[in-house]
Write a protein that binds this ligand. Sequence first.
Ligand code: GLA
Length: 693
Amino acid sequence: MSIAVSTKGDIFLLNTQSTSYAFGIDHLGLVRHLYWGRKIEAVDDFELPELTEVSTNDPVFEITPEEFPVHGGLRYKEHCLKATFPDGTRELVYRYCGYDVEKGEDREELVIHLMDDHYAFFMDLRYKLYPQYDLMERSVVVRNQTEAPIQIEKLHSAQFHIPYENLNFSNVHGHWGAEQQRFVQKVSYGKIVIENRRGISTHNHNPYFVLDQDATETDGQVYFGALRLSGNFSGVVEQTQYGETLVQMGLNSHDFLLELQPGESLEAPAILCGYSDHGFETMSQNLHRFARDHILREGLRPVLYNSWEATEFHVTSREQIKLAQKAKEMGAELFVLDDGWFGERHSTQNGLGDWYVNEGKFPNGLEELVDAVKALDMKFGIWVEPEMVNPKAQLYQDHPDWIYHYETRVTDTSRVQYVLNITKPEVQEFIYNMLDNLLTRYDIDYIKWDANRPISQTGPQRDVWYQHIQIIYDIVKRLKEAHPHVLFEACASGGGRIDYGILGIFDDFWTSDNTDAYDRLYIQDAYSRIYPIKAMRAWVTDCPNFLSGRVIPLTFRYHSAMMGTLGVGCNILKFSPEEMELSQKMIALYKDIRPIIQEGDFYRLDNPSADQYFLYEYLKENQGVIFAFLPQSKVGHRGTTIRLRGLDEQAQYTLHTSKGDMIKSGSYLMYHGLELKLCGDYASAVIQFEKNP
Ligand code: GLA
């Protein structure tokens, strides 16, 4: 049993395989947090002593570690919910009115029912447990059963209490071309806020928290949670005056107001959360396993070729067919036609919204290219940016009122485009029908869905920030019902839509427009902390890299991109025979190790060398792969020692190194390690190994 209730019925203990989470209903009726950490089986050991104020300035509400603090009373800390009732009352007072336990195949869910003391307004705190992954999903559903609308001004999904001060908080910062830049900062008194106010992008911060006590990959306590939302989120970390750290996440209340009509309910996005006392590796592996088993679609992701960097907007049927033929020769399995195929799309200036095939570029229709790709026995993919319109596009001329705007203000363009007001049913139908027609008419297997600008001038509705992304989710879900075989890639100017809200609805993330193989090592490392490798699209592109100007050997570029789901974005028509041959070899190797990469456990290995090696391991059952990178060697040119993890101490392993096969015990490989010395700049190696029978 994962959910236990105390004999007195006032304490709830939620157990996963190795962790516990406990809270109770105290004498004031407050839902009080009690514990989050290593497993404790005995629910009746937990106590709920009466809390009293520390002083008149430190009232009980303020010091009680509530699971879901609401706005009102003597509470000055961050609250999760603020609502205004029709009579102007802006305070919530809840009381506990029972619980339910719901059981699924591999999960159990506890629902704590709270209701307002005066109004027929209900709050259900939901705790969904996935015991074998040591994960829990927390969310809240608010329900209006009064006769009048209630205004929701703030809704965070959950509050967590971590019983320590001076924790480390880590997340990522970044911008276009530099997503997923990991940072770590000390938590002290005051608040840390991470958020997105743009409606579309999460380039700047990502909706998750990781709090640790000087943890390493394999040791130390880590508390983490990832919000399942792609739109405006906010997360607050606060070290209080009372010896603990609070963290909460949910919808961003910036410019937000949602009117909940009588009979309506609103579910806050869930937070997928967990605790590890074995460092970051356990956190990442639990999230990866859960994503693979419960969120992502089954099956291996194809090796793709995307023509964007090769041809940009200047696509022609003839050239795309030639690219597809070359891509096939290399071993690619999916050919993706990027931007530029539709309307008058010759640059960023025009075309968005006019989703008909450009006849000048495709005189024999898109069928010619699709048929050629299919004749090569490849899958076909296509780029769209359905939420947007260029001012010059016919769609905008026909429907100037279809964009987010204020009548009395100039509407901002960004990348020469407006954002469609998809809260309008006619706009939703336009987008759905456009994509449904495209998928019905052509034999398409893959959609790259882009969104290249943030939202502005949202119009009078203040719930747009929430509704916009929910509508996108719904449209894609509907499309998938009608076209179940199609894979969807989430792209927003590169890695702007990487989050657990979109994952599962979409299948792949475009990780970043920055395809520099060295920069990618940092981006991919930070990404891997929270998100699954199977959804991490990584391309090999031409050098000098268009962003960094860097020239990196093709082998290193392949190795770096092979750490995720491999793609190629080079102008392969210009490849030399040697580059072609190397590509064929690399893609064949990738296909060989692909199940281990996409479905195995991932390890960020330590580098004991003074030289800057990047070392990674993937392990699936009896097979493994090591990736080693040395971007630059320094004076002394030292080697490194690769200490593997996750092996069977007693077993023997065969490693296929460049110097020949080597047999070593699991204990030797984990504790002594494998010596490796790479030479020169941008040196890299991939070493396959397997457990001997
Ligand atoms: C965005 C994407 C790119 C490419 C272009 C096309 O920048 O991130 O991969 O698709 O749009 O305009």
